[in-house]
Design a protein around this ligand. Structure first.
Ligand code: AMP
Ligand code: TRP
Length: 346
């Protein structure tokens, strides 16, 4: 698959789409193992569309515009450094494809107010500042997400467990629109890998690793200094006892570390349990810290190198924007027609 596909190539591969918000300077291990790694793997067999959800990134209040722009570029550079290949995947920025916001409006008008308020992520995020302080954008965020997805008619949407409810809403809205008007949208399936669907906080191993909720010691950022990440692994909270054994209920700390170790190295959990039988947590954590350093060191170097080549990043994004807009525009035109809007004159 090194040659670009010719226009007369065989029927298109089934489509996959996903997005990620540019709300931090670095992705963390939860993002990587829960979702982004699957993005890279799925490029092999699917026609993949990946985007940076910058429209979603202002739902919790404005970011400094310079910071937001820099985070969008950093997000793209990290995806490339992970192995997302712009020859095979269409990579774009959500705000550059206006059809996302346009379809979101139409979907908002078929979503119940109560239905939107029931989303658990809305409840959690709005509870933080008091619901009165939350923006209407935070409430309609999952509907914009539904628009992001439905425009591309994907078969699968690779995400972490926390996005399952948003995928259900997306399917509900697609079905509702198809019923009310005419079949327009494909109902997408979430693609959630059970083993890594919820990577947990290193200091609080029953909570998910999260950029907004985790303490600095609880989260491993991919672009952190590798020595700092190694230290965080070595001081991760483990459970009483000494046995390296996977048991989410009684040993959440060590189980989370086993998940990370296994998915980074490709060694199975039973194999790791056996290898560390009788050796205790210290050895295990030291080896995991080494595996983390081996992964993040070249990743960080590649990302920094890519960030130096702004012209290349911009060219990839321009190309992605064009390819994405062509697909999105076709779906939006169908929606306009079915709803009864006039087609734009140009
Ligand atoms: P976010 O950082 O919330 O924009 O999430 C980006 C992607 O990473 C989404 O698909 C999430 O479901 C996934 N994700 C975020 N945190 C975790 C976690 N701790 N474990 C597994 N997946 C996660
Ligand atoms: N809400 C997702 C998250 O926080 C990001 C996102 C926005 C997304 N639009 C999407 C994910 C469409 C998949 C498909 O992770």
């Amino acid at each position: 698959m090194s040659e670009p596909a010719a226009p007369s190539s065989p029927p298109a591969r089934p489509r996959v789409l996903s997005g990620i918000q540019p709300t931090a300077d670095s992705f963390h291990f939860g993002n990587y193992l829960g979702a982004l790694r699957q993005w890279v793997a799925l490029q092999e067999d699917y026609d993949t569309f990946f985007f940076i959800a910058d429209l979603h990134a202002i739902t919790m209040g404005q970011q400094d515009p310079k910071v937001l722009r820099s985070r969008v570029r950093r997000a793209v550079a990290q995806l490339l450094a992970m192995g997302v290949d712009p020859q095979r995947s269409t990579m774009f920025i959500q705000s550059q494809v206006p059809a996302h916001a346009q379809l979101a409006w139409v979907l908002e008008c078929i979503t119940g107010y109560g239905e939107a308020r029931r989303m658990t992520q809305f409840k959690d995020k709005s509870a933080k500042g008091g619901e009165g302080q939350a923006s209407v954008g935070l409430l309609t965020y999952p509907i914009l997400q539904a628009a992001d997805i439905l425009l591309y008619r994907p078969e699968y949407v690779p995400v972490g467990e926390d996005q399952r409810q948003h995928l259900e809403l997306t399917r509900d809205l697609a079905g509702r629109f198809n019923n009310r008007y005419e079949r327009t949208f494909r109902l997408p399936e979430p693609y959630i890998l059970k083993a890594t669907a919820k990577i947990t906080d290193l200091q609080e191993p029953t909570a998910k690793m999260s950029k907004s909720a985790s303490s600095a010691a609880g989260i491993i950022e991919l672009l952190d200094d590798p020595a700092v990440s190694a230290r965080k692994i070595r001081s991760a909270v483990t459970d009483s006892g000494t046995e390296v054994r996977f048991d989410m209920e009684h040993k959440p700390g060590i189980s989370n570390l086993l998940t990370i170790f296994s998915s980074l190295t490709g060694r199975s959990v039973p194999d790791l349990e056996q290898a560390y039988d009788g050796r205790g947590y210290g050895d295990f954590k030291k080896d995991l810290a080494d595996a983390v350093v081996d992964f993040v060191t070249p990743f960080r170097d590649r990302t920094l190198e890519l960030l130096d080549d702004v012209a290349r990043l911009d060219a990839i994004l321009r190309d992605g924007e064009e390819r994405a807009a062509a697909v999105a525009q076709r779906t939006l035109a169908d929606v306009y027609e079915r709803v009864g809007f006039m087609a734009p004159s140009r």
